[in-house]
Design a protein around this ligand. Structure first.
Ligand code: NMX
Ligand code: MLT
Length: 440
């Protein structure tokens, strides 16, 4: 079966039964205790959400439906199924979406079907193109993306059916599926239009119906080199999901729980991704590195890097690309990008400097006792990779992240409606409440 919707429709009743069983069997079990410090401290370490798509292990990193990143690189279909060489080893994002949605590794035929489906759904109407082309170019590209997603919201099938009173709760997942698939199909086109508008005199490039979702995105931005297409395939695969609690996934889920449609929900998620402690860190790393190179050049001593870290921290800033709220070791997504760059960009000076920094900075950060994790995260490498491949406009990098994150956020949203999850509404406490409850 290559029709994803039909596959999902068969899995949903089984998964609903599993969720019912979990609720009945374990509904009254205590998950854990949490402290006042955690309530005030961003709920760190508290399990407060259910997301069946992926889980983040502090040491192993992200596990998508039971598979690690190296396993996915090995098992997921590639753009050229016949090429077995290292230059063609990046997984197709179509494959990871299939896995996230179904829990099963896809066949080439299933990935191909998804590629064609997204091609068919991917046209962006001229009114939306005009909307983007009329946006002031000094808006940040993430602001443009968020606005363009809101513009597309007028075509939401869920919002229309709900407004007409034509949809029953048990069927919500279907229009959520339709909207989500449309959004995923259109987002590379929208993102490419933003890129061409902001950085290439608004000269647009037509979609190429022969290409896969990621390859076509690279093409529509104006990059035809094989290595860029491969990079974008890998990039869009590994950034897609990071369990339910990261800011973009959590925001999308929260907004969707109010039955705001996928466009409204993901626009909100994109706004969260645009924060420098989250997805914007990839542009911040590049900015940081370029400033460093301007002052010191690319051939530097370890001491130069250590001094720069001290300088940044003593001025009250963070070193972008290092640390994580959950991870306690180097992010496997960072390793994935190191492998890619060591093969494709081994002589690049900037990449070499980045690898030197990634060696030196964690040791330096370890001397700051308050930092729970000094190791490189996904954003540490991604910007430098794009820069070295010729995509030098770093204020755009988080848009690439957002194109990828749409996969995880949309898959989560569809499953949340299929599971019939309720509106999310935790309690909050004022300071008086803490005093009254705990005063000795
Ligand atoms: N540079 C300097 N200080 C840091 C760093 C860093 N890279 N990482 C953590 N700290 C500080 C943090 O600001 C906090 O200081 P204070 O108590 O004065 O507020 C202290 O160390 C304790 O923070 P942690 O418990 O280690 O980290 P937390 O879970 O609060 O935050 C991040 C996680 C990711 C927000 C944090 O490590 C950070 O700001 N890193 C740099 C930005 C970055 O790379 N973000 C991208 C994350 C990945 N993504 O894609 O979203
Ligand atoms: C992500 O991919 O969302 C980041 O690593 C941040 C997180 O997991 O909190």
């Amino acid at each position: 079966q290559t029709n994803l919707k039909k596959v999902i429709a068969e899995i949903i009743p089984q998964k609903q039964a599993e969720l019912k069983e979990v609720k009945e069997k374990y509904g009254d079990k205590v998950v854990g205790q949490y402290t006042v410090k955690q309530v005030i401290g961003g709920m760190r370490g508290m399990k407060g959400l259910m997301s069946d798509l992926s889980r983040c292990d502090p040491y192993q990193g992200i596990i998508f439906r039971g598979y690690t990143i190296p396993q996915l690189k090995e098992f997921l279909p590639k753009a050229d199924p016949k090429a077995a060489d290292q230059a063609n080893q990046e997984p197709l994002p179509e494959g990871i979406f299939w896995l996230l949605m179904t829990g099963q590794l896809p066949t080439h035929a299933q990935v191909d079907a998804l590629k064609h489906e997204w091609q068919n759904r991917g046209t962006v109407n001229q009114d939306c193109v005009n909307f983007i082309l009329n946006l002031p170019k000094d808006l940040h590209s993430m602001t443009m993306l968020s606005m363009a997603l809101l513009y597309l919201q007028k075509d939401s099938k869920f919002a229309k059916l709900y407004d007409e009173g034509k949809i029953s709760k048990k069927d919500y997942w279907e229009p959520f599926y339709e909207d989500s698939m449309d959004l995923i199909a259109k987002i590379p086109r929208v993102a490419a239009i933003i890129y061409r508008h902001k950085y290439r005199d608004s000269k647009l490039i037509d979609s190429d119906s022969k290409l896969d979702w990621a390859g076509n995105y690279a093409h529509m931005m104006g990059f035809e080199q094989h290595v860029v297409k491969e990079c974008i395939r890998g990039y869009l695969s590994i950034h897609c999901d990071h369990e339910g609690g990261n800011v973009s996934a959590h925001t999308t889920h929260l907004v969707g729980s109010a039955l705001s449609d996928p466009y409204l929900s993901y626009s909100a998620g994109v706004n969260g991704l645009a924060g420098p402690l989250h997805g914007l860190a990839n542009q911040e790393v590049l900015k940081w590195l370029l400033q460093f190179i301007e002052e010191k050049g690319t051939k530097v001593s370890d001491k130069d890097i250590e001094d720069y870290v001290d300088h940044v921290i003593s001025s009250g800033r963070v070193v972008p690309g290092y640390g994580h709220a959950v991870l306690r070791d180097t992010d496997p997504r960072f390793h994935h990008q190191v492998d890619f760059s060591k093969f494709h960009l081994k002589d690049d000076q900037m990449i070499k400097l980045l690898h030197q920094c990634a060696d030196v900075i964690p040791k330096k950060l370890l001397t700051y006792k308050k930092i729970a994790n000094p190791y490189p995260n996904v954003d540490c490498h991604s910007g430098v990779l794009l820069y070295s491949l010729g995509l030098t406009e770093y204020q755009y990098y988080t848009v690439v992240f957002a194109v990828s994150r749409a996969l995880g956020c949309m898959a989560n949203l569809i499953w949340s409606r299929a599971f019939g999850l309720p509106i999310e509404r935790p309690g909050s406490a004022d300071l008086k409440w803490f005093h009254d409850k705990y005063r000795e």
